[in-house]
Design a protein around this ligand. Structure first.
Ligand SMILES: Cc1ncc(C[n+]2csc(CCOP(=O)(O)OP(=O)(O)O)c2C)c(N)n1
Length: 658
């Protein structure tokens, strides 16, 4: 290892970070400066990557969980030869740049996850590691190893204080993800203050207690960093690894180094002197020496040879294992069977069960049709009913298992599912009670922002839960999810709509979908064909009961309340239409003509019913309409009693219409 050259590169990376923060007058200097030697070893020595093949299947993945230090990753991607130019660094945090304030998936070549909300990147790394383990188990053969990469993440004190990281770390240790290497930027400083004000845990003991291998090193010692990484990579011992790197935050700006002032842009006013102290030229900002350029050009050339050698192995593997190769190609392409809906059997006409139970049947059909589909539950498989029969359980011993036992770690589940989805080989889904969706909301928001196709299976969707009472009866949660941009929220109104909802979730590849399912039984809408109901869900809204004669009144509903709208329409007689609106977002994506055909603007007598808060419904019923909903918390009593008490019945719809 060329430590002299790497030490200079580290200082030049410090200069890039200082100049980046300087030009936009914002950003964080502490981490890029404090972790400069770690960056030099990662990108100059230890990571396996090819800047010209950013999706190389067997690349090491690197995630900057402490996303506030984004100039770190932009600088090193630039130095390493990714398509991140000097101009891009100069545009840090500017409109439409590929160097946004925090790293964003899809925006920058080489960025593997959207980070910034602390702790999420740790969960994403765990998801990537799970995906890597499963891919290795699935595709490697006795003769050929095509997948043996590692997953790296840098986290700070802030990440480690967050519950989502703690949940994910416990999961990784328990499941023996030894392909995962965390580098903990342990600088004893957070944003407001020295970290000792808010934390006192012994990190080594903590990680060891979670069944990790932990080592503490000087985070500025290039040789020590390289040795720790090499050892972590070599130890396939069933334990994830953490390298606790003791660093000096904002190293290079003596006025603020080692203090909370060094965390953000506080040191920016001292950068002229700091740049001189680091040996950087006064007259050239964003300076990279020709020697550093040459060093990374050599590294790139060597990386391309490693890549080419891998390609040869891959080709030999593909020739020897055509069926496996086809599976892998399909997985990489995120292929969804175009005829998925026909692969899900129709429910018998007398089927009357909860949509979570219908979901169980559907998910097993989906799992058969889509071998890359995985599902998990936060210790509620028995209730959420999303277990893949014959799918096996994921574990260190069985990385091929398709059922993931997340434990009671909803937020970790969300972040891990995101990691699996970022990796892109497997379709991830996770389940819990709807009321606990807020526990993973931070991860759902990031899935939506990052346009990744995670599926959430949220059951026990209303006050219909019953006896568990208001703590377990969501009222605001469905609407709370609907306001997240790019998240599809689908609340199906019978078993066939449930099948349609899963097809909708699977066929979507540019964002997540939340499936909202009942605990209690609801009837089938047998007057409609199977196809009408499934296709209706794909369109988000459709007519489930057509008026006779002139249309005078429109009843709207979703989920378990749709049955009351249907029954009311039958009694109210001619002129009444019922519209099922299982997915607002999909409906909004339809043409204006289609939406007008379902909800003609001229008809203003409209009544909506849904067992939840009313706010979002006014858009569909208008000022002359009515919304039957629940703008209060629920009650502990049998579900049907609560529904009746809170006005969720056919009679209430009829009374409102009259
Ligand atoms: C969930 C979340 N909460 C708060 C913040 C705001 N924030 C950004 S960095 C930071 C401090 C992080 O401390 P540390 O990880 O030690 O980073 P360092 O000071 O070493 O850069 C905080 C509170 C955030 N980005 N995400």
């Amino acid at each position: 290892m060329n430590t002299t050259r790497l030490a200079i590169a580290a200082n030049e990376a410090r200069g890039l970070a200082m100049d980046g923060v300087h030009v936009c007058n914002s950003g964080h200097l502490g981490l890029p400066l404090g972790c400069a030697e770690i960056g030099a070893v990662l990108f100059g020595e230890s990571l396996r990557y090819n800047p010209e093949a950013t999706k190389w299947l067997n690349r090491d993945r690197f995630i900057l969980s402490a996303g506030h230090g984004s100039m770190f990753i932009y600088s090193w991607l630039h130095l390493a030869g990714y398509a991140v130019s000097r101009e891009d660094l100069k545009s840090f945090r500017k409109l439409h740049s590929i160097t946004p304030g925090h790293p964003e998936f899809h925006e920058t070549p080489g960025v593997e996850a959207t980070t910034g909300p602390l702790g999420q990147g740790v969960g994403n790394a765990v998801g990537y590691a799970l995906s890597g383990k499963r891919a290795a188990g699935l595709f490697n053969t006795a003769d050929h190893t095509i997948i043996d990469h590692h997953v790296f993440a840098i986290l700070g004190d802030g990440c480690l204080q967050e519950g989502v990281a703690k949940e994910s770390i416990a999961f990784a240790g328990h499941n023996g993800l030894d392909n995962l290497i965390l580098i903990y930027d342990s600088n004893d400083v957070t944003l407001d203050a020295m970290a000792k004000l808010t934390q006192g845990e012994d990190a080594e003991q903590y990680f060891t207690s979670q069944r990790w291998d932990a080592v503490t090193i000087d985070g500025h010692d290039l040789a020590a960093i390289a040795a720790a990484i090499a050892k972590a990579k070599a130890d396939d011992n069933g334990r994830p690894k953490v390298i606790i790197a003791k660093t000096l935050i904002a190293k290079g700006i003596p006025e603020v180094a080692g203090t909370a002032k060094g965390h953000g842009e506080g040191g920016a006013k001292f950068i002229d002197a700091a740049r001189a102290g680091l040996g950087l030229p006064a007259d050239e900002h964003f300076h990279v020496s020709p020697e550093t350029v040459a060093f990374f050009a050599e590294k790139k050339a060597a990386s391309k040879l490693v890549f080419a050698a891998w390609q040869t192995t891959y080709d030999a593997w593909a020739a020897a294992n055509p069926a496996l190769a086809a599976d892998l190609t399909a997985a990489v392409a995120n292929a969804v069977p175009p005829d998925l809906t026909t692969l899900i059997p129709a429910f018998p006409a007398d089927y009357k069960d909860a949509t979570r139970s219908a979901g169980s049947t559907v998910i097993n059909a989906v799992a058969k049709a889509m071998p890359n589909f995985l599902t998990g539950s936060a210790d509620l498989f028995g209730s959420t009913k999303n277990y893949i029969k014959d799918g096996g359980d994921f574990s260190a011993e069985n990385p091929l298992g398709r059922n993931i036992w997340f434990g009671i770690r909803e937020h970790g589940m969300g972040a891990i599912c995101n990691g699996i989805a970022y990796d892109g080989l497997f379709r991830a889904s996770g389940a819990t009670f709807l009321v606990f969706a807020d526990y993973l909301r931070g991860s759902i928001r990031l899935a939506a922002l990052s346009k990744i196709p995670v599926t959430y299976i949220f059951t026990h969707d209303s006050v219909g839960v019953g006896e568990d009472g208001p703590t377990h009866q969501p009222v605001e949660t469905v609407s709370g999810l609907r306001v997240i941009p790019n998240l599809d929220v689908i609340r199906p109104g019978d078993a066939e709509e449930t099948a349609g909802a899963f097809v909708a979730a699977m066929s979507r590849t540019d964002g997540p979908t939340a499936l909202i399912l009942t605990r209690q039984a609801i009837p089938l809408m047998n007057d409609l064909s199977v196809e009408e109901r499934r296709d209706g869900v794909l369109r988000g809204g459709y007519i489930t009961h057509k008026e006779k004669g002139n249309l005078t009144t429109i009843l709207l509903g979703t989920g378990s309340e749709l049955q009351h709208a249907m029954a009311a329409a039958a009694e109210l007689g001619d002129g009444v239409r019922v519209v099922s609106l299982p997915c607002f977002e999909r409906f909004e994506r339809q043409s204006p003509a289609y939406r007008e055909s379902v909800l003609p603007a001229a008809v203003t007598k409209r009544i909506a019913i849904e067992a939840g808060v009313t706010g979002l419904w006014w858009k569909y019923v208008g000022t002359e309409g009515k919304v039957l909903g629940i703008d209060r918390f629920g009650i502990s009593a049998p579900g049907d009693v609560v529904m009746k008490e809170l006005g969720m019945t056919k009679e209430d719809v009829i009374a409102a219409a009259k």
